[in-house]
Write a protein of this length. Structure first.
Length: 262
């Protein structure tokens, strides 16, 4: 699904929900939001509560006269729109929840990427190619959108990740005739993009998608790219001089300079 289609479906969903026959359903959704915001919940409970309500409510709405004839596509669209509607209103409570390690992990990853600014593509065994610089910056720009207030739903955040990695994947495909492509070759590109960007809320964004994106929707290409991003984050979190093609002395020197710059 493209962004334009996604937003059209959301607008249509809201228009239908304004119909008088949806009054009880609207009240049910409003009641859920009010109760959720007033009830303390740990991240795991919050995740299951929201996902269960979306599934239940989407089933009820897809059986409503305004959606009944839409079939399976109607259920999928209602589920997506309801997920966005709810999480826009719950976002400040469920993104980087206080009773989680998200904020701490975000900060540690940010500091790690800042200290690793001396790392170059050569240190990750990335071949020198004319289009590399452009691709890295475009991929970083897509990842930076994760922190935009406009993208508050798990689907929108996942699309930012997919778009970023797709740019890098297409770069590899462009040179594929000579170099070959694959997950092992893609990962260093994602790692370098993260170092280049130094994201401030990467763990929070990944966990937000994981917690609130239905497992049935997080599959195939989306699941693959999401896993690749997780792997890149984990790599940086645990990186030492053995992780790169660099001498121990040069790595230590770079880390010292990185710490001083902070």
């Amino acid at each position: 699904m493209q962004m334009d289609e996604y937003y059209r479906n959301n607008a249509e969903f809201l228009d239908r929900m304004r119909h008088i026959t949806c009054f009880d359903h609207v009240q049910r959704v409003k009641g859920f939001v009010a109760e959720f915001l007033s009830t303390p919940q740990n991240p795991e409970d919050a995740s299951s509560t929201v996902r269960d309500f979306v599934e239940e409510m989407a089933g009820m709405l897809s059986d409503h006269q305004l959606w009944r004839e839409d079939g399976e596509d109607g259920y999928a669209q209602v589920s997506e729109s309801l997920e966005k509607f709810l999480l826009q209103r719950l976002y400040n409570k469920v993104f980087t929840p206080l009773d989680s390690t998200d904020a701490e992990d975000d900060n540690q990853l940010y500091l790690s990427t800042r200290r690793l600014q001396f790392i170059t593509p050569d240190h990750l065994d990335i071949p020198s190619r004319p289009l590399n610089k452009v691709a890295f910056h475009l991929a970083a720009e897509e990842l930076a959108k994760l922190d935009s207030s406009k993208f508050s739903s798990p689907w929108e955040k996942l699309v930012c990740i997919l778009n970023s990695i797709s740019i890098l994947s297409n770069l590899l495909k462009h040179y594929g005739a000579d170099e070959g492509t694959g997950a092992d070759e893609l990962l260093p590109y994602i790692i370098y993009t993260l170092i280049l960007l130094s994201p401030k809320h990467m763990y929070s964004n990944l966990r937000y998608v994981q917690r609130f994106r239905s497992e049935s929707k997080l599959r195939s290409e989306a699941a693959y790219y999401y896993t690749q991003m997780e792997s890149a984050v984990l790599f940086i979190s645990n990186a030492d001089h053995k992780s790169f093609t660099i001498s121990p002395d040069d790595f230590a020197r770079g880390m010292r300079e990185g710490r001083r710059s902070l």
